[in-house]
Ligand binder design. Structure first.
Ligand code: HEM
Length: 279
């Protein structure tokens, strides 16, 4: 498409979000809303005959949904941490992400500054503190840990014997693992890209673990997060007098993220109503 209005983008994204939440709540009947979204998509993308609610290979969401839906929350949290909450290395973090935005290559992604900052470590820390996949469930097929693989090490760490009992439901609380001081130390709840950690460490699994590991986890998704955050920083710059963009709530009151203790709300609705305003 040549152009899409902000109103259309808002309509599509907020409907994806509420349909997603409705899908978790059996008491809700999301079909009318789904039909309305598909009708609107048919209009916006000039699709005729209109999209079939029972499934349609022409649906543009088939293409954009996997990347959009997995990325937006961690992109927003990373942007807020770097741009509105950082107490150290803020300029270096902004520089690294800006460079990646201007030259999106693996080399720029990994380029480490004198302070030890790179877009890669910023993104890794954002994925640690704000994993988009917060929980992974295995219903029937038990976790079949490869000896010395991540699940195996994890079950050992938690002192749990692997089981083949099909009645057992395994659920991995990724967010909890990523925040536990036992693995990450006393400042585990702080966004600190300069922390020294091995991304292969037990308990770091933003992209799951073998055998269901995410195919986008190696390079595509982390670089995409960095590029999107870089684009946001470029679009909403600080100016020299500190007169740049500010965060406001819906009532127009200033929001100061520095006053929040611990990590930012990682829920879908965590920042609904948050507005960027130029003062
Ligand atoms: C930050 C972004 C992303 C995160 C955090 C993420 C996370 C995950 C996780 C945790 C799993 C394993 C789920 C499980 O064990 O049940 C997974 C699987 C998968 N992801 Fe991603 N993902 C991201 C982006 C993407 C994107 C952009 C795509 C495609 C364009 C994608 C495609 C897939 C596919 C196809 C699988 C299934 C792999 C299999 O079962 O063999 N992911 N992802």
């Amino acid at each position: 498409m040549d152009e899409m209005t902000v109103k259309d983008i808002q309509y599509i994204t907020s409907n994806i979000n509420s349909l997603w939440m409705a899908s978790k709540d059996c008491s809700l009947e999301p079909l009318p809303q789904k039909k309305a979204l598909l009708e609107q998509l048919s209009n916006i993308f000039s699709i005729f005959p209109p999209l079939d609610p029972n499934g349609d290979s022409r649906n543009p969401l088939n293409i954009i949904l996997p990347a959009y839906e997995t990325l937006w929350r961690v992109v927003l949290r990373c942007f807020l941490e770097v741009h509105f909450r950082a107490t150290s290395n803020q300029a270096e973090m902004q520089d690294s992400l800006n460079s990646l935005m201007s030259c999106p290559t693996q080399e720029t992604f990994e380029d480490v500054s004198a302070e030890g900052i790179s877009a890669k470590v910023i993104v890794r820390e954002a994925l640690r503190l704000y994993p988009p996949t917060r929980r992974i469930h295995r219903l029937i097929s038990p976790i079949n840990p490869v000896p010395h693989g991540p699940w195996y090490q994890l079950l050992n760490l938690l002192d749990m014997a692997p089981t083949n009992d099909p009645e057992v439901i395994h659920a991995i609380d990724v967010e909890h693992l990523h925040r536990t001081p036992e693995i990450w130390g006393e400042d585990s709840l702080t966004f600190n890209p300069s922390r020294t950690h091995d991304a292969k460490q037990v308990g770091f699994m933003p992209f799951g673990a073998r055998p269901f590991v995410c195919p986008a986890g190696n390079s595509f998704a982390p670089m995409m997060i960095g590029i999107c955050v870089g684009a946001l920083i470029k679009a909403f710059p600080d100016d020299a007098e500190g007169e740049g963009w500010k965060l406001m709530d819906v009532e127009g009151k200033r929001v100061d993220l520095a006053k929040i203790d611990g990590p930012l709300d990682n829920g879908r609705e965590g920042f609904s109503g948050l507005v960027l305003t130029r003062c």
